[in-house]
Write a protein that binds this ligand. Structure first.
Ligand code: NAD
Length: 478
């Protein structure tokens, strides 16, 4: 039996032995993978001290030189795809192909954000005074705290550190306690590109201790958080004490609208893929379907067949599986409970509906529920598992009203061949993103942001980059 790996925090350019540890398990078979630091508030403060100490020098480094470190790191990741992807699959459970996509996309993302090094711009604004110039500078905020979830744990490191670093900030990252190993592997490769000490730091630990210490600290100038609404709300309370800038990427309940004039092959394939990818644990995958009555029976039959045909299991034991386990026991129990409650309230089980008996591991059957209605929790709350609830609608107006009547507002999708229907959806769907005739994922040059409880601010592209800066307006009369 292989021994668990012992990981250490990465603070001020050095790996540090920890006093207390958390254990990390493989969700597909519950094997112990590693022991990682259970960081205390003292550990967190030391990491923040390091980030603070490095920040002025880093900001004074030309942006193109800062960017060069990100390009070098991107190439390191590309040289280590197989090892990194295996680390992700082992602790998170996604299939190997998807883990490889995650690593390669992360490398591309580092390159993309690095390219902004020469493009970060301020503005010159017209003055009302004869001899005055008004300059708007964009400046780094200072020290960023990046707090990560477990579902795309590797990519999210880059989504936070790349825009933070290229704009002149330094950062302390806290990975999820479920998936810290890949973050320490990232730090190990970053250590080889000779980034100045303290610019990038990693502390692992629980949300209640390390996460809380990080978000409550006066040393932090911006909190960039991706995770649940519940945790986002706790973090806001901490941020309120110090008026710390917040960027919150929270949950979703993406509606997929399938109209009578949809290409059903396309809709079935896209929605099924979106619901099984990463075992349905994606903030922007189809979480509820509104299908128009004319195609409802055919759509339900076809998507049920497609879901039922999904091969699932332990991705490292069987390279043919299309779907791995759920992240942990709590996630599995929550999904099972939501399905039971929906059935109790009248939803009709078409396929799946049970915890899969594969021995160890947290596997749930791909599931389709029809006959759902807007009063059911399964149509309103985030499921985060391979379960697709379906409600029949008669008109696009009705579908849009139901889609918008939700506390989440991250992403949405619609399947139609009509330009008028597509344009009505663009005008009236009240979400941060809408996909027409496809499902997730978002582009790195777009802007990933939600409305309502799905978050504050956003990530990616120019708008995501500038979230990591503040303006400084100078009035020069000369
Ligand atoms: P979570 O909120 O349970 O945990 C996220 C992180 O917050 C972890 O690192 C955790 O340790 C930390 N944390 C917990 N309590 C804390 C506290 N009091 N103070 C500071 N930090 C604390 O979320 P999760 O289960 O890891 O991730 C799943 C959620 O993330 C889903 O709701 C999903 O929709 C969302 N998500 C959103 C996006 C997006 O782009 N909007 C992307 C991925 C995931």
């Amino acid at each position: 039996m292989t021994q668990p790996t012992i990981y250490q925090n990465y603070i001020n350019g050095a790996f540090e032995a920890a006093q207390q540890h958390l254990e990390v398990f493989n969700p597909a078979n519950q094997a112990l993978l590693s022991r990682v630091p259970a960081s205390s508030s003292d550990d967190v403060e030391r990491a923040l001290d390091a980030a603070r100490g490095a920040q002025k020098g880093w900001a004074a480094t030309p942006a193109v030189e800062r960017a060069a470190f990100l390009h070098r790191l991107a190439n390191k990741l590309r040289d280590n795809v197989a090892h990194l992807a295996r680390t992700i699959t082992e602790e998170q459970g996604k299939i190997s192909g998807l883990a490889e996509v995650e690593v390669n996309f992360t490398a591309d993302y580092l390159d993309y954000m690095a390219e902004w090094g020469r493009r970060i711009e301020g503005e010159i604004i017209q003055s009302d005074r004869p001899k005055e110039n008004i300059f708007l500078f964009r400046k780094p905020l200072g020290v960023v705290a990046g707090i990560l979830p477990w579902n795309f744990p590797f990519f999210l490191i880059a989504r936070k550190m790349a825009p933070a670093l290229v704009t002149g900030n330094t950062i302390v990252i806290k990975p999820s306690e479920e998936t810290p190993n890949n973050c320490f592997e990232f730090a190990r490769l970053l250590d080889e590109v000779d980034l100045p000490k303290g610019v990038f730091n990693v502390v692992s630990g629980t949300g209640a201790e390390a996460g809380n210490a990080l978000t409550a600290s006066q040393q932090v100038d911006m909190i960039s958080f991706t995770g649940s609404v519940e945790t986002g709300s706790r973090i806001m309370a901490n941020a309120a004490n110090n008026i710390t800038k917040l960027n919150l990427e929270l949950g979703g309940k993406a509606p997929a609208i399938v109209l009578d004039d949809a290409d059903l092959d396309l809709a079935v394939n896209a929605i099924r893929s979106s619901r099984i990818i990463n075992t349905g644990q994606v903030c922007n995958c189809a979480e509820r379907v509104y299908v128009q009555r004319g195609v409802a029976d055919e759509f339900i039959a076809r998507i049920a067949n497609a879901m039922e045909a999904t091969r699932y299991g332990d991705p490292l034991a069987d390279s043919n599986v299309e779907m791995g386990p759920m992240i942990n026991r709590a996630g599995l129990d929550k999904v099972a409970q939501m399905v039971e409650t929906a059935r109790g309230n009248g939803a009709v089980l078409i396929t799946g509906g049970n915890v899969a008996d594969l021995g160890a591991g947290f596997h749930y059957q791909p599931t389709v529920l029809a006959g759902c209605s807007e009063d059911m929790a399964i149509m309103r709350q985030e499921i985060f598992g391979p379960v697709l609830p379906i409600q029949i609608i008669d008109t696009l107006d009705e579908a849009i009203a139901l889609a918008n009547d939700c506390e989440y507002g991250l992403t949405s999708s619609i399947y139609t061949r009509s330009l008028n229907n597509a344009m009505q959806a663009c005008r009236e769907l009240d979400f941060g993103e809408t996909y027409i005739n496809r499902e997730n994922f978002e582009a790195m040059q777009g802007f990933h942001a939600g409305v309502r409880k799905s978050g504050i601010g956003g990530a990616d592209g120019k708008h995501g980059l500038y979230e990591y800066t503040h303006s400084h307006v100078v009035y020069l009369e000369a």
